[in-house]
Design a binder for this molecule. Structure first.
Ligand SMILES: NC(=O)c1ccc[n+]([C@@H]2O[C@H](COP(=O)([O-])OP(=O)(O)OC[C@H]3O[C@@H](n4cnc5c(N)ncnc54)[C@H](OP(=O)(O)O)[C@@H]3O)[C@@H](O)[C@H]2O)c1
Length: 222
């Protein structure tokens, strides 16, 4: 199945990601990169994060997790509602196979990052150098070395620094981490068959692409 990726911006060093259901900063460049990285893929988010954004993210299948049917579904019929994490993963898999995408993104907030943490193989973390700020949502995953013996679970693929500008309230750093041992998810084909469009043909093409990516040694977990 497609690989789970994620993307988050958090304060450094306190790891705050939100306050009163809003982002604590304005970082235009970071948002532009978020858009570039996630467009064309399915995105999974919590009901509260959707409400903080206020509308579906364009050019992405928006999957919203909520334990009860959200009232805003009527206003935005293109949204996909998932009542539990398993349904969210299933919808992300189906949408990724239809669009031919090798990955989907978990985009928050606090609760949803925790729910999907174990599946994430690739994550872009923006450390925002805003000093100590107040917040009520955090992303506390630690990517550091736990002890000298053990190898880190995460490898740094890239690190890029961005200055404070007219459009970016604080300087920030984006680090791309990939899991040393990717988490693979599988489904039995029968789960997907009998759906529209014709999944037999779609799956065949999708499997061929996965195999091609592997034989080309392309990193489709990025
Ligand atoms: N800085 C960043 O990169 C970033 C990214 C995203 C969000 N944020 C911030 O994070 C904050 C929101 O985070 P949050 O933790 O409060 O809310 P959230 O994770 O966005 O959404 C929580 C909601 O998701 C649903 N949910 C959670 N676990 C579920 C499960 N197992 N099954 C079904 N539904 C489930 C529940 O909805 P119901 O109550 O409807 O059942 C729950 O109230 C905001 O401040 C936002 O701005 C920051």
């Amino acid at each position: 199945m497609p690989s789970a990726a994620s993307i988050v911006a958090r304060s450094y060093p306190d790891k705050i990601i939100g306050i009163e259901n809003a982002l604590p900063w304005h970082l235009r460049t970071d948002l532009q990169l978020f858009k570039q990285r996630t467009q064309g893929h399915a995105v999974i988010m919590g009901r509260k994060t959707f409400e903080s954004i206020g509308k579906p993210l364009p050019k992405r299948t928006n999957i919203i997790l909520s334990r009860s049917e959200p009232a805003f579904l009527k206003e935005f019929p293109a949204l996909k509602w998932a009542i539990n994490p398993e349904t969210a993963l299933f919808l992300a898999d189906v949408e990724s196979i239809i669009s031919g995408s090798m990955k989907f993104f978990v985009i928050g907030g606090d609760q949803i990052y925790k729910v999907f943490e174990k599946y994430i193989n690739s994550i872009f973390v923006t450390d925002v150098y805003c000093g100590n700020i107040n917040g009520d949502a955090k992303f506390e995953l630690d990517f550091g070395r736990k002890d000298d013996e053990a190898k880190t679970e995460w490898i740094i693929r890239s690190e890029d620094d961005f200055p404070k500008t007219e459009f970016d309230e604080y300087p920030f750093r984006i680090t791309h981490y990939v899991r040393r041992k990717p988490f693979h998810r599988y489904r039995v084909k029968e789960e997907l068959m009998g759906r529209e469009p014709d999944f037999a043909a779609l799956l065949e093409r999708y499997e061929a692409r996965l195999e091609q990516a592997e034989s080309d040694q392309l990193d489709f977990f990025d």
